[in-house]
Design a protein around this ligand. Sequence first.
Ligand SMILES: [Zn+2]
Length: 231
Amino acid sequence: LKDFYTDSDGNTEPNPRFYRTGEKRLKFYQRRASRKKKGSANRKKAINKLGRTHLKISRQREEHAKRLARCVIRSNDLVAYEDLRVRNLVKNHCIAKSISDAGWYQFRRWLEHFGEKFGRVTVAVNPAYTSQNCSNCGEVVKKSLSTRTHVCKCGCQLDRDHNAAINILDRALGTVGHIGTLVTDQNACREETSILPGSGLVEQVASLKQESPRLMTGECQDVRKHRDHKP
Ligand SMILES: [Zn+2]
């Protein structure tokens, strides 16, 4: 939970401070509301305060996600990221984790929004093993969540997230089956082909798409499933 963002060049963006303070404040007001007598005016007041705290945090989160997404999109031709597991997001009740998960969800939506607006390719890839595989030699290097550094026999030593980011980019360039899928979009199966003209990516993407038609259908079904599971 230290960094909000890490890319394949090793750039990082720390988690905003309001994630931590927001989590504390939410816990405080939740406790306060649950201690007041049911139906009392004080309970109403406490619940109202809790709601406003939620709203404030969600606005800050949105602002942060939007600013960073715009910056990332403007400075790259192709942006790849791990595919979102909406179901995990719904299941999770831990406050700290849910704030950062929701932040990540918004960040991804803004990436896709600005990708379309500024003509950049956005690719969501299968997140399986992106952190376990060595980005240099492909060897599996098992690590738990607390292992923050990737150290491989081949001599490759990287920050855990940096290593994963390189794997995500490699995967995106290898399988372009998930191009610009917008989870919230009604036409989720529609392909977003807003690509910089003359960037060379158009041809690459088109040929890869023909090679992996099954991947496309798989993603469409996935998206539908995700949509059904939305709260
Ligand atoms: Zn290696």
